[in-house]
Design a protein around this ligand. Structure first.
Ligand code: UDX
Length: 436
């Protein structure tokens, strides 16, 4: 099927390449000429496992192309909208400028029977408003949220847990859902749940899924706070409650909390939208979720101070990790970088290392020192803090080897991913987050 993807950021670039990889003919459109140039040359503008391969294959097959020219969408049957919805500068709400611009830009090229499929995460009610603009063209708007995780974006797009389509009522909606089934035919044939619903539900599925995940992380971090004053071990606690299938062990990793381009902004935008709807109290707990999350960063800073005997001033602190999570070079709202910046603010000499995210981090926080090589970064450290659980740190860093590099013997485990016994045996003071 011929399709277009408007917006070639994380979501759009992966979506375009993934759709080409399952046999569709796809044109990706973005206003950013540099991004388009890179993608057209088969280069992923960010680190995402598997993306470079499907980009190159797609371009070589002739099924995948990229352009800044919106008129290239003419003739496509489905137009995906995957532009960003960042947090507004002066508040918590989602900024819909790019979504509005993308839909308005599409309007002159739409033909009756076309489908405009919104994928961006938007405040509930947005699709209904956009549909009014699309209806006069004879095209149909559907809302088809995306649940991809960075680091697994290709896999999540090609083989998702579920597909959701918010469609208008009646025959038009049924026909649109049938087209989406065709778009996602390999997943549908495999039996992936395909949920057809109204616009509002589809929009809410996305934000409520992220709100739930954020709440789960903050729940376990709240337990970590209690564990810290009682001597309990939050990791054992998570294992034990996680055995209850109703709870489940995933997303019960206590530590410095969640970050990234989605969870923080999405829960804030959800709170803002609920207030607009006069139902702020329904999701008032999300403010608490956000506050617990932010407190963990400060707790990590306090642990470094404690480990260094009361002050980090003029001490060399090595921060292992910069990306908001492993398998990503994304530093948007990275809790680990926030901790690094706070330590720097307290007068520490902060050296940051990361397998993928250093260049992005340097651009945003040039005041920190960046060293690509892990061992070089560890050399002379008075204290070490792991903030991103890359295998390079969690599995492959032998504490005995670290002892030969660092000057001090203090390690703060911001992700509860290190082996406390092994570090202690090598002579280190190990400080975890909610585990003694
Ligand atoms: C998230 C959702 O998972 C995805 O479905 C949605 O489409 C976009 O937002 P992503 O931002 O890629 O995906 O990252 P995710 O894997 O969810 O991690 C988010 C943050 O939570 C990271 O900072 C991670 O380190 C943190 N986290 C995750 C924890 O602190 N503890 C956990 O147990 C799990």
């Amino acid at each position: 099927m011929r399709m277009s993807v408007i917006g070639c950021g994380y979501l759009g670039a992966v979506h375009a390449a993934a759709m080409a990889s399952i046999g569709h003919e796809v044109v990706g459109v973005d206003v950013d000429a540099r991004k388009i140039e890179a993608l057209a040359a088969g280069r992923a503008p960010f680190f995402e496992p598997g993306l470079a391969e499907i980009l190159t294959e797609g371009i070589a097959s002739g099924r995948l192309s990229f352009t800044t020219d919106m008129s290239a969408v003419k003739g496509a049957k489905v137009h995906f909208v995957g532009v960003g919805t960042p947090q507004v500068k002066d508040g918590y709400a989602a900024d819909l400028t790019y979504v509005n611009a993308a839909v308005d830009g599409l309007l002159p090229y739409l033909a009756p029977g076309d489908i405009v499929a919104g994928k961006s995460t938007v405040p509930v009610g947005t699709a209904a408003t956009l549909a009014e603009r699309v209806i006069p063209t004879g095209a149909t708007l559907v809302w088809n949220p995306e649940f991809l995780r960075e680091g697994f974006a290709v896999e999540d797009t090609v083989d998702p847990d579920r597909l959701v389509a918010g469609v208008p009522a009646g025959d038009e909606g049924e026909q649109a859902a049938a087209v989406l089934r065709e778009v996602y035919h390999p997943s549908v044939a495999k039996g992936t749940p395909f949920i057809v619903t109204d616009y509002a539900t589809a929009e809410l599925v996305k934000v409520s899924a992220n709100a739930f995940l954020a709440t789960k992380i903050s729940f376990i971090n709240a337990m970590a706070e209690i564990a810290e004053v009682t001597g309990a071990n939050v990791t054992t606690l998570a294992d034990a409650i996680g055995h209850d299938a109703r709870i489940g062990r995933r997303f019960l990793g206590a530590g410095i909390g969640f970050g990234g381009g989605c969870l923080p902004k999405d829960i804030r935008a959800f709170s803002a939208r609920a207030e607009e709807l006069g139902r702020g109290e329904s999701v008032a707990f999300l403010r608490e979720v956000d506050e617990i999350n932010m407190r963990r960063r400060e707790r990590a800073v306090q642990l470094v101070i404690e480990g260094l005997g009361g002050s980090v001033y003029e001490k060399k602190v090595t921060v292992l990790g910069a990306a908001f999570k492993p398998h990503s070079d994304d530093i948007r709202d990275s809790p680990g970088l926030d901790v690094a910046v706070r330590l720097h603010g307290l007068g520490a000499h902060v050296t940051v290392t990361d397998p993928e995210a250093i260049e992005n981090a340097r651009r945003v926080h040039p005041q920190l020192t960046y060293v690509a090589d892990r061992d070089e970064a560890l050399t002379g450290a008075d204290a070490v803090i792991m903030v991103t659980e890359w295998d390079e740190y969690r599995r492959q860093l032998d504490p005995e080897h670290a002892s030969t590099l660092a000057t001090g013997r203090v390690v703060v485990d911001g992700r509860n991913g290190l082996d406390p016994e092994a570090w202690r045996a090598a002579g280190w003071t190990y400080l975890g987050m909610g585990r003694p």
